[in-house]
Design a protein around this ligand. Structure first.
Ligand code: GAL
Length: 670
């Protein structure tokens, strides 16, 4: 297998084993703690440390005043201990002196109110003043450390757009208009794309266009959609501006930490990924969700999709509780290892944490860390040391790749469009639909690649398209061509409804896929929150139903009750050697899993032994293949495998026992 550039870069982050790292904020501690920190990092096997993430006010304490002495000292301490640096550019949060001197850099919310300093990331992404100051900071950091031998990776800013993705200030308005002029060239083209004859919204000049601030009534959805696109591009612009400066001064690779996670949706990472030397993601278990660990698996698969199947780096996660959920749950014993193993199973070649030492002060003081408040005489620290040993044992996994012949289409743009104002039902959440599809596939034993609409599908047998509301003509034809060439697709309701301008595709839903599926939906018939419908097969469903007719497909199941009683619910259209399936409602987990299993079998997609409580993913190397099996249940289990258990060193023949809560990684000869 040819080693890709990213795979190679990841191997430079650690001498042996998978990279083990963390954010380190030495600014929060006295010098004597630094020495202890470095000693403990070595004890735990931490080899990659992110510093200077929030260092701006320390190295640049006043306008024109620079003091790198503390950072120099920390860098030498870490370097002296053989620890590599994931060096932050420090631009993530401007210091108070800057916002005091230039309050015009502060971000503005959609209601026109200013967001003040006192937290972090309090800047407008389009502010030329902010960008000037940030440029100077990056230039100085890169001049000083650009060729330092300890710098293994550049960490541009931090979670760009986490808090300030959407800024509605006048400066953002100016930048938005420039972006729109690039996109549409003429105001007539913009008026046509946005359908501004509606409600007398026609623009006569660019200067009349504002960011989509809060209005009395519903806003123009195309306007809002373009503002999302613009805002994602502005944040990417911040990355690019820093990257340009660093690349002139350093040969080390660059990245920034993505937030592929349930609670962030404002950045279209498909358009960012190509700028990264390697893909890095931050992921925290979100206990507000019904199934946090399922979301983890989905996010990890999506991160691998962004990395185009290459290995990637988990840049931040937590050993235990976070501090930003309403109930910040501690992890169960063994849960840390299972979570880490899920990321690795799905392509991570390095695991880093926020943060090294739990803060004593500041708003994150109750966030877990590698070194807890209790110190090293604690179960948490012992788990950290064990984790370091575990990661070292996984050296053979480096550079291996997850193989999947099932893909799931995912789109941030479509997410923005489907959850806009004035939609048929607030009960339809894009992530709910995507997560349910991913869950159904996982429970059916499938490993899914997550890909962008329009991506090459030739490597797949089966493609799942959950609630892909917005799709452009080209991406729609990639899917139709895939089916025509013998591929099998499953499209779910609310897909193919609008074009790239958010204009409804007329003639019956699901417009872009009507011919592919051979069905024609005349009317949506969404359900009330507590309402369920029953299908002829006995399956229960919720959220949505539709009144549809079938032109050229077989009716597999129909509605027994509800607003579409008697009408088709599930259809299949044969297409060459493949088939195009359509499901017009949100099936409950079991029937959804059974449906996906049935279609996968028909498509000839490879199904593994994984199911509800058992996560089993395979990573392939040139000579060996690795079965990563995680038992999330409290019942002992087993998985078929033949080879060597990387953790215990024991030989496995036929089947590997997988006790309740355990992780096994079995090396098999290919
Ligand atoms: C991330 C961020 C870190 C820290 C962490 C806490 O969003 O990058 O700096 O705040 O969350 O979970």
């Amino acid at each position: 297998m040819a080693e890709s550039r990213t795979t190679h870069l990841l191997t430079t982050l650690s001498d042996d084993g998978l990279a083990f790292g963390c954010d380190y904020n030495p600014e929060q501690w006295d010098r004597d703690v630094w020495r202890e920190d470095v000693r403990l990092m070595r004890e735990a096997g931490v080899g990659l440390v992110a510093i200077n993430i929030f260092g701006w006010s320390s190295i640049n304490p006043a306008s024109g005043v620079w003091d790198f002495s503390a950072l120099d000292e920390v860098i030498e301490l870490l370097h002296g201990a053989g620890i590599r640096l994931n060096l932050g550019t420090g631009t993530a949060s401007p210091p108070p002196w800057l916002s005091t001197a230039h309050p015009e850099i502060l971000p503005v919310a959609e209601d026109g109110t200013t967001r003040y300093p006192g937290g972090r990331q309090a800047f407008c992404p389009s502010s030329p003043v902010f960008r000037d100051y940030a440029r100077e900071l990056v230039t100085r950091v890169a001049d000083r450390y650009g060729d330092h031998p300890a710098v293994a990776l550049w960490h541009v800013s931090n979670e760009l757009g986490c808090h300030n993705a959407l800024c509605y200030c006048d400066e953002s308005g100016r930048a938005f208009r420039t972006w729109l002029q690039d996109r549409y060239e003429t105001i007539d083209a913009l008026n046509a794309a946005w359908g501004t004859t509606f409600w007398s919204q026609r623009y006569g000049a660019w200067a009349e266009i504002l960011p989509p601030r809060q209005t009395l009534s519903l806003r123009n959805p195309s306007h809002v959609l373009d503002f999302h696109r613009f805002s994602s591009d502005e944040q990417l612009g911040l990355y690019r501006a820093e990257a340009r400066i660093i690349r002139e001064r350093s040969a080390a690779p660059l990245t920034t930490n993505f937030m592929v996670t349930a609670h962030i949706r404002n950045l279209d990472y498909w358009s960012w990924a190509g700028d990264m030397d390697l893909i890095a993601n931050d992921h925290y278990l979100d206990n507000r969700l019904d199934e946090p660990r399922r979301e983890l698996s989905f996010a990890a698969d999506l991160t691998r999709g962004l990395a185009q199947g290459d290995p990637w780096l988990l840049m931040e996660t937590s050993t235990g509780a976070v501090n930003w959920q309403p109930y910040n749950l501690a992890k169960q014993p063994g849960q840390l290892l299972r979570n880490v193993a899920s990321h690795i199973a799905r392509g991570a070649d390095g695991i880093c944490f926020f943060q090294w030492r739990a803060s004593a002060q500041g708003s994150e003081k109750f966030h877990s860390a590698l070194v807890p408040h209790a110190g090293t005489d604690s179960a948490a620290w012992r788990e950290v040391v064990e984790l370091g040993e575990f990661l070292r044992l996984l050296d053979p996994l480096r550079g291996t790749r997850v193989r999947a012949d099932t893909a799931l289409l995912f789109s941030w743009e479509s997410w923005w469009a489907i959850e806009g104002e004035g939609r048929p039902s607030e009960g339809l959440g894009y992530l709910d639909e995507v997560h349910s599809a991913h869950r159904a596939a996982s429970d059916a034993g499938l490993t899914c690649d997550i890909v962008a609409p329009g991506a090459d599908l030739s490597a797949y047998r089966f493609v799942i398209v959950p609630a892909l509301h917005l799709i452009d003509d080209r991406a729609a034809s990639v899917l139709s061509d895939f089916a025509a060439a013998g591929g099998t697709v499953l499209v779910t309701f609310s897909s193919g409804i609008v074009d790239a301008d958010d204009r409804v595709r007329l003639g019956g839903y699901p417009g872009a896929f009507r011919d592919l599926l051979g069905v024609r939906v005349e009317e949506f018939a969404p359900l009330l929150p507590a309402q369920q419908v029953t299908l002829g097969s006995g399956a229960q469903a919720r959220t949505w139903s539709e009144r549809m007719t079938v032109a050229d497909a077989e009716i597999i199941d129909h509605y027994v009750d509800g607003p579409a009683a008697g009408m088709p619910a599930l259809t299949r259209r044969a297409s060459g050697d493949g088939a195009a399936w359509y499901v017009s409602t949100h099936l409950d987990p079991e029937p959804y899993r059974d449906l996906v299993a049935r279609i996968a079998a028909e498509a000839g997609a490879v199904r593994g032994p994984g199911h509800e409580g058992l996560e089993v993913v395979r990573r392939d190397g040139e000579t060996h293949s690795y079965v990563i099996a995680i038992n999330h249940t409290s019942i002992d289990a087993a998985v078929p495998a033949n080879g060597r258990d990387l953790i215990t060193g024991q030989t496995v023949s036929g089947s590997a026992s997988l006790p309740a809560g355990a992780v096994r990684i079995i090396e098999e000869i290919r």
